[in-house]
Design a protein around this ligand. Structure first.
Ligand SMILES: O=c1ccn([C@@H]2O[C@H](COP(=O)(O)OP(=O)(O)O[C@H]3O[C@H](CO)[C@H](O)[C@H](O)[C@H]3O)[C@@H](O)[C@H]2O)c(=O)[nH]1
Length: 349
């Protein structure tokens, strides 16, 4: 863990891969407010970069066009960087399912490029952004993100205290993220169409975007080599989410059950049983330390390890469940829901 006692943001340059996404934008505003010297945005889409450049008009923001799949383009943005937040990813479940090698290229090979480039450039700390879908993965998005974590830890394992600190975070569904269920429900309500729910008892961890930024910051401040951090989060069922939306929007639209989609689980886990056994409770957060066993055959084949039999996964069925009122309050705390309700002339509190 690098020493943060003399940490001065005014001396630090941060690189955010995938920096024009929802996470990147929120993180950029946060870092600017904290007085960071320079923030570099690395991404593929020139239009999104142009939009951000014009809207933010901020000299401390620097833009780099590139693709994490291309090591040279990553190297071109890495020189002189102190911290990296690696958010670039293919994260849509269906697109990864049908083009799994594209997910391999970006999520695994691309992440390896970012990490190796950061280590070569003596970056102080890299935080890699992951997902709950990497725990017991069933779809290509989760599988490639699970391998990404393994790549991060394999590099961390060979590094020492004075090298780059590598850590990962995992989080669940970011509320109102592009293409996700909440904006879909809003559209359905506004157009007067039925709300389509897959399965009312299916559950998901619900996380506002601001909490994902807080988690990444927490990881940066507390990381030891190879750690994975999660933020404790409540969950809700999709039936409850739909009910909360209908009530907030005072809608009489129907709720229609359409059935589970390709590649999805009834619930998600943020940590497996084995990980829970080596986790540290840090208040709102949990640290899962790296499994430090090496490839020592005896320990893997004949000695093993004593695990406590009590433990269980940390999943969206056994975490704290939001009540209907709490779900409505959480939705009301989102700026996007506030502006949707305002546009419709509905109460925002
Ligand atoms: O019409 C729909 C669509 C979805 N759902 C349900 O709503 C929940 C959330 O669905 P999302 O599509 O919002 O989220 P996913 O859990 O499938 O995946 C989300 O989280 C991933 C990260 O873990 C990726 O970021 C992905 O893009 C993002 O949509 C699921 O239980 C799903 O079954 C419905 O009830 N009705």
């Amino acid at each position: 863990m690098s020493d943060k006692s003399n940490f001065d943001p005014a001396e630090k340059t941060v690189l955010i891969t995938g920096g024009t996404g929802s996470f990147g934008k929120t993180m950029v505003s946060h870092l600017l407010a904290q007085g960071y010297k320079q923030i570099r945005i690395f991404s593929r889409d020139e239009w999104k970069q142009e939009d951000m450049r014009v809207r933010m008009a901020e000299p401390r923001l620097k833009f780099y066009i590139g693709d994490v799949r291309n090591r040279a383009s990553v190297d071109g943005a890495m020189e002189g960087v102190n911290m990296v937040f690696h958010a670039a990813a293919l994260k849509q479940v269906p697109s990864c399912e049908f083009f799994p090698m594209q997910a391999v290229e970006t999520n695994i090979i691309g992440s390896n490029n970012v990490l190796e480039s950061a280590v070569s450039n003596k970056v102080e700390s890299v935080v890699v952004l992951g997902t709950d879908k990497a725990v017991y993965p069933v779809n290509a998005m989760g599988m490639t993100k699970a391998v990404m974590e393994k790549v991060a830890q394999s590099i961390a394992r060979r590094l020492g205290e004075h090298d780059t600190t590598i850590s990962s975070v995992r989080y669940g569904n970011v509320m109102y993220s592009r293409g996700s269920v909440i904006p879909l429900f809003v559209r359905q309500i506004r157009e007067g169409n039925p709300i389509t729910i897959t399965e009312p008892t299916m559950s998901r961890f619900m996380l506002p975007l601001r909490d994902s930024v807080a988690l990444v910051e927490f990881a940066f401040n507390n990381a030891k080599q190879g750690d994975i951090f999660i933020k404790k989060a409540p969950a809700c069922t999709i039936g409850m989410l739909a009910q909360a939306m209908v009530e907030l929007f005072q809608s009489d639209t129907k709720i229609e059950t359409i059935g589970i989609r390709h590649g999805e689980k009834m619930f998600e886990a943020l940590a497996s049983v084995a990980e829970m056994q080596r986790s540290e409770d840090m208040g709102d957060f949990m640290r899962i330390s790296m499994d430090e066993r090496d490839l020592n055959y005896k320990r893997f084949f004949t000695e093993g390890e004593q695990l406590e039999p009590m433990a269980h996964d940390y999943d969206s069925h056994n975490t704290r469940q939001l009540t209907l009122e709490e779900m409505k309050a959480l939705l009301l705390s989102l700026p996007e829901i506030q502006s949707d309700l305002e546009e419709l002339g509905l109460p925002t509190s």
